[in-house]
Design a protein around this ligand. Structure first.
Ligand code: ADP
Length: 166
């Protein structure tokens, strides 16, 4: 059984993440999306909310499972019994950090390989933080995230007005 883990913050999931999820799920028998409880970051969405949103937007993908975890990604990958850790590469700016992490992880768990998927060009600019920034100032985020995510973001950011970017 080929199994991969795609770890990240997913605060919230974007079309860029979904592109990586869909494409990596096609490479393996089972893909586990690992949602990180990161105590150093101050997320817009709670861990439970991020997991729930991911469940909704991946419900048509039969070999994708959503799990949360704390601690090191590589330990989570091992706990899942997976052989691969998936990461997405957008631009050269991601590269330094991702290469360093992959090499460190390789030393910690030499049985696990990191697979990098380069982003589809239309999502190369996309990050969760940009989406939150645009939404915060009332911009249209419908090209960046699925409708249910856009609605969840507007409920968070504009709870009184009910402004919806979807
Ligand atoms: P982290 O906090 O671990 O960077 P993110 O949720 O920001 O978590 O990203 C998780 C992974 O998805 C990272 O490998 C990141 O490079 C990748 N990623 C994020 N946005 C995109 C995108 N638009 N296209 C491809 N990969 C992406």
């Amino acid at each position: 059984m080929k199994r991969a883990v795609y770890p990240g913050s997913f605060d919230p999931v974007t079309y860029g993440h979904l592109d990586v999820i869909r494409r990596s799920a096609a490479l393996v028998d089972e893909l586990i999306v690992g949602v990180l409880q990161n105590n150093h970051k101050n997320p817009l969405f709670s861990l439970q909310e991020r997991v729930k949103i991911l469940h909704e937007v991946t419900k048509d993908m039969s070999n994708v499972r959503i799990e949360s975890f704390t601690g090191l990604s590589i330990d989570f990958v091992r706990t899942c019994g997976a052989q691969f850790l998936v990461r997405g590469l957008r631009a050269i700016t991601d590269f330094d950090y991702e290469l360093q992490m992959a090499q460190t992880n390789r030393i910690m768990a030499k049985e696990i390989d990191t697979i990098f998927l380069t982003t589809s060009l239309e999502y190369a600019y996309l990050s969760s933080s940009t989406v939150k920034e645009v939404a915060y100032y009332g911009g249209d985020i419908s090209k960046f995230v699925p409708p249910e995510v856009a609605q969840a973001i507007s409920r968070k950011i504009h709870p009184q007005t009910g402004i919806s970017e979807a």
